[in-house]
Design a protein around this ligand. Structure first.
Ligand SMILES: *[C@@H]1O[C@H](CO)[C@@H](O)[C@H](O)[C@H]1NC(C)=O
Ligand SMILES: *[C@@H]1O[C@H](CO)[C@@H](O)[C@H](O)[C@H]1NC(C)=O
Ligand SMILES: *[C@@H]1O[C@H](CO)[C@@H](O)[C@H](O)[C@H]1NC(C)=O
Ligand SMILES: *[C@@H]1O[C@H](CO)[C@@H](O)[C@H](O)[C@H]1NC(C)=O
Ligand SMILES: *[C@@H]1O[C@H](CO)[C@@H](O)[C@H](O)[C@H]1NC(C)=O
Ligand SMILES: *[C@@H]1O[C@H](CO)[C@@H](O)[C@H](O)[C@H]1NC(C)=O
Ligand SMILES: *[C@@H]1O[C@H](CO)[C@@H](O)[C@H](O)[C@H]1NC(C)=O
Ligand SMILES: *[C@@H]1O[C@H](CO)[C@@H](O)[C@H](O)[C@H]1NC(C)=O
Ligand SMILES: *[C@@H]1O[C@H](CO)[C@@H](O)[C@H](O)[C@H]1NC(C)=O
Ligand SMILES: *[C@@H]1O[C@H](CO)[C@@H](O)[C@H](O)[C@H]1NC(C)=O
Length: 497
């Protein structure tokens, strides 16, 4: 028994040795053959638009036989760098993967005999549809030719990609009085940026052109269909009309007949009326500062200051620092342009009289102040032309006005008849008449005469009209008005808003 056991032990040793040698031989042989290949039979496309991925795979020996028969392999796997708990032998399905993200799948296989191999696969889930933006610098224009840029968010080459064979067969669609030149199509950046020319019909003076992309005409690599967004359409406003401007001030205007010719006179005594309004027929392309710099005021101390801008179309300025009385001339220099690029037509300059001084009035007579004559001549001289002066405005005590004569708007003569033996006193109270700017007169001096003599044969007519307010020929002309038709209307800068 013991011998047998010894024999058996020896045999076993021998067997073990032999096996070991055999294994060594097999190992040596296997070093050239012990390869295992991993085949993916199914995998998502490299650019996928679905959030589910199916991987079907197998491990094979070089002779094509299944290396993992009877679940004899150890299989491990990773998704996006995370080791998965269980990895099936042949197929795995991933659902609800993060979209618009890169993913990777790694498979490790080791056979019972110790052969190992691994394989990884990366793909991208893209669900963002491609789109394109249409842009033109000339979205407001007076030009006949318009350049537009079409910029894709990503290459959109599926279904033939972006095409523009002719104006009736183009992925850029026009609505409006314009046509596109398919032959002008230029590739700025392959598959991404294109440039095209449009021509506006000469028949229309102004109008709108809608430029938009067609829909669903191409797909990206993941198969997402082209989708229009807001920026895939553009409205081009064209306007070939001249750009007009109205330069005005909210100052009362009077139509006066000066030397037989009706003239409009702008005059005010209110600081608040010293505003300049500029109304353009369309919004302009210049900045507020450029508009301000184009405004010129004749007087060095008067400054226009911007107080409002409505849509770059209506501008309001305030004139600051005007002195008590001056003639202000406002001019708009040329050089401004409408937002379509058309030049703004020349505006007529504006002249207004700003005067906040009250007219003074002086009564004088050449008669001695002690006389026997019962009537006397009185000269009424205003410092500037006034309106509405009548005999009834002269206050006479101890006498009455029997004659009234107008030499000019600033110079009058009266004949006063004494009705009593006492002193005759003559005066013109304040606030009876007003000048063209609306200032009411100050009270006159008081003229007192006790008795009268026959007036001098020729009496020097004089007035003490100062030259200060007669700065323009226009207001100077007003001095010689014989008749005046006063019709006044007032408007304010904000009349339209
Ligand atoms: C792993 O597989 C690749 C091909 O899938 C093969 O080229 C390579 O030799 C294999 N490596 C091993 C160690 O089996
Ligand atoms: C696999 O298992 C089957 C029976 O289930 C058996 O017939 C076959 O020999 C086994 N093959 C291997 C390679 O172990
Ligand atoms: C897969 O094999 C590689 C080496 O080939 C190893 O670095 C990695 O950790 C293995 N992954 C898993 C999940 O076993
Ligand atoms: C997919 O994943 C999101 C979170 O990533 C989750 O809110 C949603 O319920 C999941 N949907 C399904 C069908 O599992
Ligand atoms: C026109 O284009 C300019 C830039 O060129 C842009 O600032 C403006 O918003 C555009 N106007 C419209 C209505 O698209
Ligand atoms: C425009 O192009 C399409 C496709 O190339 C063609 O079938 C069609 O006849 C063309 N139309 C004109 C007016 O040239
Ligand atoms: C697109 O335009 C419509 C209407 O003009 C607007 O309601 C919507 O908010 C816009 N969408 C985007 C993303 O700007
Ligand atoms: C306003 O006018 C006064 C005198 O007319 C002058 O001294 C002052 O500098 C002016 N102010 C401005 C801002 O021009
Ligand atoms: C108004 O804008 C146009 C175009 O930008 C420019 O050429 C012109 O010089 C500007 N005008 C003024 C007065 O600044
Ligand atoms: C008359 O005139 C003289 C000077 O011309 C003057 O001094 C005097 O006060 C006057 N008398 C009256 C009553 O106005």
């Amino acid at each position: 028994m013991k011998h047998m056991a010894t024999t058996e032990t020896g045999l076993l040793h021998l067997l073990k040795l032999a096996l070991c040698i055999a294994v060594m031989i097999v190992c040596a042989l296997d070093s050239t053959e012990s390869t295992v290949f991993i085949n993916f039979h199914q995998a998502p496309p490299e650019q996928s638009r679905i959030s589910t991925a199916v991987f079907q795979y197998s491990a094979e020996f070089p002779d094509g036989s299944n290396a993992c028969k009877n679940n004899s392999c150890h299989i491990s796997c990773e998704l996006d760098g995370r080791t998965l708990r269980s990895c099936p032998a042949d197929i795995i399905v991933f659902k609800n993967l993060t979209v618009n993200h890169k993913h990777s799948f790694l498979l490790n296989v080791s056979t019972r005999n110790g052969e190992r191999n691994s394989s990884s696969y990366s793909w991208f889930i893209d669900t963002t549809p491609p789109t394109a933006t249409i842009f033109s610098e000339q979205n407001y224009t007076s030009a006949g030719n318009i350049i537009i840029d079409v910029t894709f968010s990503e290459a959109c080459t599926g279904l033939g990609g972006f095409k523009c064979a002719n104006s009736s067969n183009c992925d850029v669609i026009l609505n409006g009085p314009a046509y596109l030149h398919a032959s002008s199509l230029r590739i700025i950046k392959p598959n991404i940026k294109y440039r095209l020319d449009l021509t506006v019909s000469l028949k229309s003076l102004r109008g709108r052109i809608l430029v938009r992309m067609a829909d669903n005409f191409c797909t990206d690599k993941a198969g997402n269909s082209f989708t229009r967004t807001n920026s895939s359409s553009l409205i081009i406003h064209f306007d070939r009309r001249p750009v007009l401007v109205d330069l005005w001030m909210p100052v009362p205007s009077y139509v006066m007949e000066i030397n037989g010719v009706p003239r409009t006179v702008l005059a005010t005594n209110k600081m608040g009326d010293l505003k300049i309004c500029l109304d353009f027929s369309i919004p302009i392309g210049n900045s507020t500062e450029e508009v301000l710099n184009s405004l010129h005021v004749n007087s060095d101390n008067v400054l226009p200051v911007l107080i409002g801008n409505h849509g770059n179309r209506n501008f309001f300025f305030e004139l600051r620092n005007a002195s008590k009385a001056e003639t202000i001339t406002v001019k708009l220099e040329s050089g401004l342009v409408g937002r379509t690029g058309n030049p703004v037509s020349q505006a007529a300059s504006l002249t207004i009289l700003y005067d906040s001084t009250k007219p003074e009035v002086r009564l004088s007579t050449s008669s001695p102040n002690l006389t026997k004559a019962s009537d006397m001549k009185v000269i009424v001289g205003f410092t500037k032309p006034v309106f509405g002066f009548e005999a009834s405005m002269v206050q006479v005590e101890g006498g009455k006005v029997i004659r009234f004569k107008e030499f000019s708007r600033a110079l009058y003569s009266l004949t006063v008849l004494a009705v009593a033996q006492n002193v005759v006193s003559i005066t013109i109270p304040a606030g009876k008449v007003h000048d063209i700017s609306g200032n009411q007169n100050l009270a006159s001096n008081l003229l007192e005469v006790k008795h009268y003599s026959t007036p001098a044969i020729s009496m020097a007519l004089y007035s003490f009209v100062t030259s200060g307010v007669i700065a323009t020929s226009l207001t100077a002309a007003a001095l010689s008005l014989s008749t005046a038709n006063l019709g006044s209307y007032t408007h304010s800068c904000t009349r339209r808003y």
